[in-house]
Design a protein around this ligand. Structure first.
Ligand code: NAP
Length: 298
């Protein structure tokens, strides 16, 4: 069973592994098949689901909502995370991709997410990407209005630098709940640039996206040495697959990230969570770091 974790000193509590729904439209599931998929990961204890307004060209939330309309009782068993702040050209009025963090846009986007997801509240709303035109007071105004109306319970950010995080936090009467960032052996900069250190300091848990490099871990030629090392470590610790070792490598970080699983195959989801039982030694952890980076620690 998947462990539970408190995201920040003021809560909320999420499942240690999160189900990511970015690729939902690629999975080609009917609403009924999606209900079965959701039931299956809930049964494993993965109760937190990750969405964004733009996923699937603005279609994923509504597809998920169709499943919830078939099985509305499932809503009470899960925590829904969504995001806003990116505009993509899937909408004709967006002549180019850009960021948009104006107060009225944040409120409108969150309300649209509620409608699409067939729910009356989001458990967590994130600003998807740092916006050079972000006015922190304006974002705070939107967060407060959404909080007061009961439409959104908690707020956070994604892909923010520590400075950007601190700026937005300085305008809020409540604690941001996460910074959702890319963490994996194939993307390690945030491990040492202060991003995870800030979250550890504040006892706020990161959410980790693209833990498997978006699938590139398995087929990119340049990751062959990493795959070889992961296979060796998998044998040493009795793991069933290299991805289990990757998840164990991420779980080992003291900031306590929540890996977001991106697979639409329930066997892979089930296999991922077995990583909770794996313990990597420091040397195994650093061998994986080295195999990914191609050089030793200084
Ligand atoms: P990921 O786990 O790195 O990649 C998932 C991809 O890897 C899927 O296409 C999956 O295909 C494939 N895969 C998994 N296991 C495999 C295996 N053993 N062999 C071959 N392919 C395999 O995660 P991600 O989808 O990139 O990201 C996870 C979630 O993070 C997203 O759903 C989204 O919620 C979130 N995210 C957030 C941001 C942000 O900016 N905040 C950015 C990106 C993603 P199958 O479906 O066939 O298994």
């Amino acid at each position: 069973m998947v462990q539970r974790i408190t995201m920040a000193p003021q809560g909320p509590e999420f499942s240690r592994f999160v189900m990511g729904y970015w690729r939902l439209m690629d999975w080609k599931m009917s609403a009924q098949q999606l209900v079965s998929f959701i039931e299956a990961h809930l049964e494993l204890g993965i109760t937190t689901v990750d969405h964004a307004d733009i996923y699937g060209g603005y279609q994923c939330e509504a597809a998920f909502g169709e499943a919830l309309k078939l099985a509305p009782h499932l809503r009470e068993q899960m925590e829904i995370v969504s995001k806003c702040g990116i505009a993509i050209t899937a909408r004709p009025e967006n002549t180019l991709g850009h960021y948009i963090t104006d107060s009225d846009h944040i409120i409108r986007s969150a309300e649209q997410s509620l409608k699409n997801l067939a729910t009356d509240r989001l458990d967590l709303l994130l600003i998807h990407r740092p916006d050079p035109l972000m006015d922190a007071d304006d974002v705070a105004e939107a967060f407060l209005a959404l909080h007061q109306s009961g439409k959104v319970r908690h707020f956070g950010v994604s892909n923010f630098t520590p400075r950007q995080f601190t700026l937005l936090q300085s305008r809020l009467p409540f604690t941001l709940t996460t910074n959702q960032v890319e963490i994996s052996p194939v993307h390690q900069p945030l491990l040492l640039d202060g991003t995870l250190d800030q979250l550890q300091q504040l006892r706020i848990r990161p959410m980790a996206w693209s833990c498997l490099g978006g699938g590139r871990l398995f087929n990119d030629e340049s990751f062959r040495p990493l795959r070889d090392e992961l296979k060796t470590v998998a044998q040493e610790v009795g793991a069933d697959s290299i991805e289990q070792v990757v998840y164990a490598w991420i779980l080992r970080l003291p900031s306590q990230p929540l890996p977001i699983i991106g697979s639409g195959k329930i066997e892979r989801v089930r296999s991922a969570i077995a990583a909770q039982q794996l313990q990597l030694t420091r040397q195994q952890w650093f061998r994986i770091r080295k195999a990914a980076l191609g050089y030793d620690v200084p």
